[in-house]
Design a protein around this ligand. Structure first.
Ligand SMILES: *[C@@H]1O[C@H](CO)[C@@H](O)[C@H](O)[C@H]1NC(C)=O
Ligand SMILES: *[C@@H]1O[C@H](CO)[C@@H](O)[C@H](O)[C@H]1NC(C)=O
Length: 458
């Protein structure tokens, strides 16, 4: 089965499941902030398909995202390397588009309401993307299949298009890397968002009322109404951008709620999916109240101010610090919701792997690597009882104490791999979502700090 048919296959289950899961009160109003349930699509995925082909596809896409992050961090503007994709876009818009990050497949979703009367839409959440958009009627060229009915702007009495003269239109360059287009007849602003995995959305920059809970709304929410969309978005209606950028949903909510969000990502494809409980995305100052976070400073990078940076202090394996120089940790480090596997600079990764293997190999035979994961063992993750804990420590006392479910990925039956990878030629680190699962992670932008709290999703 090719990846497309797998996605269609998967999407059918997502539909079936979403009918159950998405009923009821999706958006709960918690104090002065906003609380959304968050889901991982692949949780449904893995039980119905060849686990091995799913993981190889997922890890290949993860590497595409990481490569795009590398070039962003190096100060390059990332362009899609898929020739067919850019050909397709050139045909449509006349000039090649600059791409944002590939969306990958290790994604998380929320359900948000839009329009008057309100309708609800399943949207990918991404801390690496800025502009939010969803597929809109009429689909002039194409729309990808989605679970929810297509948004129809003419049925919403609060919908309006944004003019080219509006400064919001010129903000698009920073958010999408592409210049806006001004539709000459109507003087309306057209956005072009394109991603490194050859997916894209083109349409009108628009405003409508965003429904945040039964009682709370944000009038004039700025987003893209996509009439031409192409991509494998796993049957979602579009995406919600949580990057540090003027047009992101976060920035738009910040005046009212505070420039803060937190999430707890539920377990995805771990061996013990039965332990999985719901995760959340929480926006606003009150999202810090739910857990006792330990914080580390949020760093800034003027080349890529929309990404979230922090510093790594030390890593321990089974309580023992890696035998590396302190300078090994001094690399640009970002935390990302859309990268699955944590990447470390090679010197750190090698030391981590050696310390890990030293303990694991006493009990489990090492086997050939799998895709980007080069440290694999014979045995089922759920039967591995002596897995050394890996702790990532950050300046200021924040840490992630990673147990087996954040460390081991069973890529195929009886083969379990260390879910870390080296960032080959690039001395950078990315904290991926597999390592973040079931921790509460807080992005307190107004106080420039990132927080972690264990035992999350409660
Ligand atoms: C482009 O697409 C065609 C068919 O659509 C395919 O045969 C070809 O291998 C693709 N090229 C690349 C470089 O992906
Ligand atoms: C949120 O908290 C920050 C400081 O932590 C404060 O400056 C801001 O006014 C607060 N915003 C709201 C909407 O409560």
């Amino acid at each position: 089965m090719g990846s497309l048919s797998l996605l269609v296959f998967f999407a059918q289950f997502l539909i079936a499941s979403s009918l159950v899961e998405f009923q009821g009160n999706e958006l709960q109003h918690k104090q002065a902030g906003l609380h959304f349930n968050i889901y991982h699509g692949q949780e449904l995925h893995s039980s119905f398909m060849s686990k091995s082909s799913f993981f190889s596809d997922m890890l290949a896409k993860d590497e595409e995202r990481v490569k795009a992050l590398y070039s962003k961090l190096a100060g390059d503007v990332f362009m899609s390397t898929t020739p067919n994709a850019s050909e397709g876009r050139e045909k449509v818009v006349g000039i090649p588009l600059k791409s944002g990050l590939p969306i990958g497949t290790g994604n998380y979703y929320v359900k948000v309401g839009l329009g008057t009367p309100v309708k609800y839409y399943t949207m990918v959440v991404d801390t690496g993307s800025s502009l939010s958009w969803l597929q809109c009627q009429p689909c002039v060229v194409s729309c990808h299949p989605q679970i929810d009915p297509l948004f129809n702007p003419s049925n919403s009495k609060t919908y309006k298009k944004i003019s080219c003269l509006n400064p919001l239109c010129s903000s698009l360059k920073d958010s999408t890397l592409n210049d806006p287009i001004c539709e000459t007849s109507s003087k309306t602003c057209v956005y072009r968002a394109s991603y490194g995995d050859s997916s894209y959305s083109i349409g009108y920059l628009s405003q409508d009322t965003l429904a945040l809970s039964q009682s709370q709304t944000l009038p004039g929410f700025v987003y893209g109404c996509g009439q031409e969309n192409e991509g494998l978005f796993g049957r979602t209606a579009g995406m919600i951008g949580l990057a540090h950028d003027k047009l992101s949903m976060l920035a738009q909510l910040s005046t009212k709620y505070g420039y803060v969000f937190s999430y707890c990502l539920p377990t995805s494809f771990s061996a013990s999916a039965s332990t999985s409980t719901g995760g959340f995305l929480s926006i606003g100052n009150s999202s810090l109240a739910t857990s006792s976070y330990k914080f580390t400073p949020m760093m800034k990078d003027s080349k890529n101010p929309s990404l979230y940076y922090l510093n790594l202090a030390t890593i321990t394996v089974a309580g023992k610090p890696l035998g590396v120089a302190a300078s090994s940790y001094k690399v640009p480090t970002i935390i990302d919701s859309g990268t699955v596997i944590t990447r470390l600079p090679v010197s750190l990764y090698t030391a981590l792997k050696e310390a890990f293997v030293k303990i694991m190999s006493k009990k489990y035979a090492q086997v050939e690597g799998y895709s980007i994961l080069d440290t694999c063992f014979k045995g089922s993750a759920k039967n591995m009882l002596v897995v050394p804990e890996i702790q990532m420590n950050f300046p200021g006392g924040a840490n992630l104490l990673l147990k087996a479910n954040n460390v081991l990925l069973e890529t195929e039956k009886g083969i379990t791999c260390l879910a870390f990878a080296g960032s080959s030629d690039n001395p950078i680190a990315i904290i991926g979502n597999f390592q973040q699962q079931r921790f509460n992670v807080a992005y307190d932008i107004s106080n420039s700090r990132i927080g972690f709290a264990a035992g999350g999703c409660n």
